[in-house]
Ligand binder design. Structure first.
Ligand SMILES: Cc1cc2nc3c(=O)[nH]c(=O)nc-3n(C[C@H](O)[C@H](O)[C@H](O)COP(=O)(O)OP(=O)(O)OC[C@H]3O[C@@H](n4cnc5c(N)ncnc54)[C@H](O)[C@@H]3O)c2cc1C
Length: 438
């Protein structure tokens, strides 16, 4: 379990912290342990949510370390904002900033893709041909969206002929809103899907469904529309009590769930989707479809022998201990964020709790002391159920609900305060996390 320096603050989860981000920043700064002298070479692959937050924390803890981040992307993406962009609630640039804006001055950024890792020689090679040796490596490259796995689909289709794909980035989230707007005006059959693989923010497909349903109602056009939600397995969400709540809300809103349906192919011209189901293939016609592709660990992970050999074999998540995130075969390597092969936790909120664990692991290893932090699977999904209402769903590896404000904000009620957490406070907290302050 975590060993909170300040129990009053640390007891709260990611979203709880949103309400008290300033207090937290001060508290965690004060509570941070003394720095450790070292000349260790630390390489971090990925300067997204996890890599950036960790770099900011490590520079505070390690004096003399050579910290190198590798990431080709110039823009930092605040991905939780994509759902808002795809519902016409925020402009596309709401999610954009510069990667370099968030990095501490004492780290080196190599703006290239990591192409290969040799965990035995302890080197990382970049696409541009550089080879870096490391004492400690953190892999935080997020995940890849495998759009090619959907037959008949390509990203240039998004925004036209009723096709949405909000995960693909801000431009595509904005185009998704264009396609969804036409559906909201004209009605017809809307189909909302999710992939059969593990995915980041498993609540986002549901949020998009709820938001478009709400938009139809506000436009007075819900009567002209039929909505189908395709779940990949037998539930609507991985936590049974949340799944049941969503099922009830779907019933209230006349959203029809179909189970064990994963998208195989689309025919964009005919506006027809083919699902794989337990009874074979099934076709459905649509006027609007929201597609989220299968998600996998980036190539560099899968080809460098870091993945689990006996789990998620089609997806390649990193083989690591679920409490410490340390690689099970290569003790100098940790996985952080979406790429980690742990049973829960592909959210920025999870990253917030994982970063101090990896920090503690690396600093303790260097200092020769025992690490004390561990990750309990904390995952959070502010589940928007309509504009102005959300449920603050937070849970751990054991599917226990772990509310940030027990007794004050009930997790399974649609509340305005929970909406505010997502719509306003989450970004401030996320930014504080990037800076290593939350
Ligand atoms: C639509 C949507 C809604 C979401 N909503 C929420 C929400 O409400 N709440 C929440 O907590 N989370 C939410 N998330 C999830 C959250 O954004 C991610 O879980 C989080 O960003 C994961 O952080 P990460 O550091 O693992 O990956 P990322 O933040 O994706 O960063 C990975 C970085 O690695 C880089 N990279 C990739 N490959 C390589 C390579 N080979 N070499 C070098 N660098 C590489 C990338 O360029 C990127 O900068 C949402 C995500 C999406 C898509």
């Amino acid at each position: 379990m975590h060993s909170p320096k300040s129990p009053a603050v640390n007891r709260r989860g990611f979203l709880g912290l949103a309400a008290g981000a300033t207090a937290l920043a001060a508290t965690s700064g004060e509570a941070r342990a003394a720095t450790v002298q070292t000349n260790a070479k630390i390489v971090i692959i990925g300067a997204g949510a996890g890599g950036t937050a960790l770099a900011n924390r490590l520079v505070e803890r390690l004096d003399g370390a050579q910290i190198t981040l590798i990431d080709p992307r110039k823009n930092h993406l605040y991905q939780p904002g994509l759902t808002l962009v795809a519902a016409g609630l925020k402009p596309a640039d709401y999610v954009l900033s510069e990667t370099t804006d968030w990095l501490p001055k004492d780290v080196t950024l190599i703006q290239e893709k990591a192409a290969a890792i040799d965990p035995v020689a302890k080197t990382v090679s970049t696409e541009g041909g550089q080879t870096l040796s490391y004492d400690f490596l953190v892999v935080a490259p997020g995940l890849i969206l495998d759009h090619d796995a959907i037959e008949g689909f390509s990203l240039d289709m998004v925004g036209q002929n009723g096709i949405g794909a909000l995960y693909a980035g801000p431009e595509y989230a904005a185009k998704t809103w264009q396609a969804a707007s036409k559906f909201i005006e004209e009605g017809g059959h809307g189909i909302f899907t999710r992939p059969g693989t593990e995915m980041k923010c498993a609540g986002a497909p549901l949020k998009h469904t709820f938001l478009i349903d709400d938009r139809l109602r506000r436009a007075g056009n819900r009567g002209k529309a039929e909505i189908t939600y395709g779940a990949h397995d037998g539930a609507l969400f991985g936590v049974p009590i949340v799944s049941e709540k969503v099922r009830m809300l779907f019933g209230d809103r006349d959203i029809e769930p179909v189970y064990k349906h994963t998208v195989k192919a689309i025919d964009a011209g005919a506006k027809r989707v083919t699902f794989n189901t337990e009874n074979g293939e099934e076709e459905m016609d649509y006027d609007y479809i929201h597609l989220i592709p299968p998600q996998r660990a980036p190539e560099v992970i899968r080809q460098s022998g870091l993945s689990w050999a006996d789990k998620w074999t089609d997806q390649g998540w990193v083989e690591c201990d679920k409490a410490t995130l340390r690689h099970l075969r290569y003790p100098e390597i940790w996985a952080l964020g979406d790429v980690a092969g742990v049973p829960k936790g592909k959210t920025a909120a999870s990253v917030k709790w994982q970063v101090p664990v990896v920090e503690d692991q690396i600093v303790s290893t260097i200092a020769g002391s025992d690490p004390s932090e561990s990750y309990n699977g904390y995952t959070s999904c502010p589940m928007i159920t309509k504009i102005g209402r959300a449920m603050l769903v937070e849970f751990d590896y054991n599917n226990n609900l772990t509310p940030s404000f027990p007794g004050i904000i009930p997790p399974l009620e649609e509340l305005w305060i929970s909406w505010l957490m997502k719509e306003v406070a989450l970004k401030a907290t996320y930014n504080a996390m990037l800076r290593g302050k939350a």
